[in-house]
Design a binder for this molecule. Sequence first.
Ligand SMILES: [Zn+2]
Ligand SMILES: [Zn+2]
Length: 298
Amino acid sequence: MATNPGELNMVLGAHMSISGGVDKALDRAAELDMNALQIFSQNVRSWKTRTLEEDEIERFKENREEYGIVYVVIHTSYLLNLASPRDELWEKSKRGLVEEIRRADSLDIPAINTHIGAHTGSGLDAGISRLVAALREIEKTDEFQNSKTAILLENTAGAGTTLGSDFEELGRVLSQLDEPDRFGVCVDTCHGFAAGYDLGSAEGLGAALDEFDSAVGLDNLKLLHLNDSQGELGSNKDRHDHIGQGEIGDKGFRAMINEPRLVGVPLILETPKEELDGDPADRVNLDRVMEYRRQRAG
Ligand SMILES: [Zn+2]
Ligand SMILES: [Zn+2]
């Protein structure tokens, strides 16, 4: 039984494909009655910069208005590594993020979510310094200064040398920026669980939020990527699962969806897209999330 999430006072949607144009993602989201969505703004496995056409931008804005989509976020390219010790990749990554800001601004999209990168052997402190230096340069660009788009730093599962699996690292980065109000954090629940935050129970969630609050500040939590986890607690495995079907499970998500400290934070699914019992998986996962909310209300 589908409902628009707005009727439950939720800002809820999923990552949607931009195949055929960025405006097409909105059609797909509206078909599933979402009031929020995440998109890529171009091919995320290519460095080639895509310029959006004027009519595509117009259609995007019109569709968004017509469908009542209250929140859109761009997920940056997977190729970016803002913490890289290698100059060429670091420079390309900074330019890539600036291009994302330019596209977000042209589409009136309020937020960009990015992975913060990997130190690839230079060490945690060197990686964080490099990342902070990149973000501080970006803060000075015209593209950043002339837009209102916020940049959200996503936590990671902690595989390899990736930064940001520990909330404390994200807090360290934010505290060194010139305009921290233009930044925030996205917590991916699968990544958090795989990194060792026990989101599978109300107690574990409470402890994780306490830790987040002291390391980053709950005011800076701007987005939740709602994904269950195929990997076990602390496994460092970034393997997303359907809501309630993984290691976080119903109990964890029910607590999360009804946690007073998380009310109002946009919720974006990045769950697998294959069908579930003949239904589009997004439909099933959205319904599960809304059902947790109804159970509390009822
Ligand atoms: Zn991500
Ligand atoms: Zn994510």
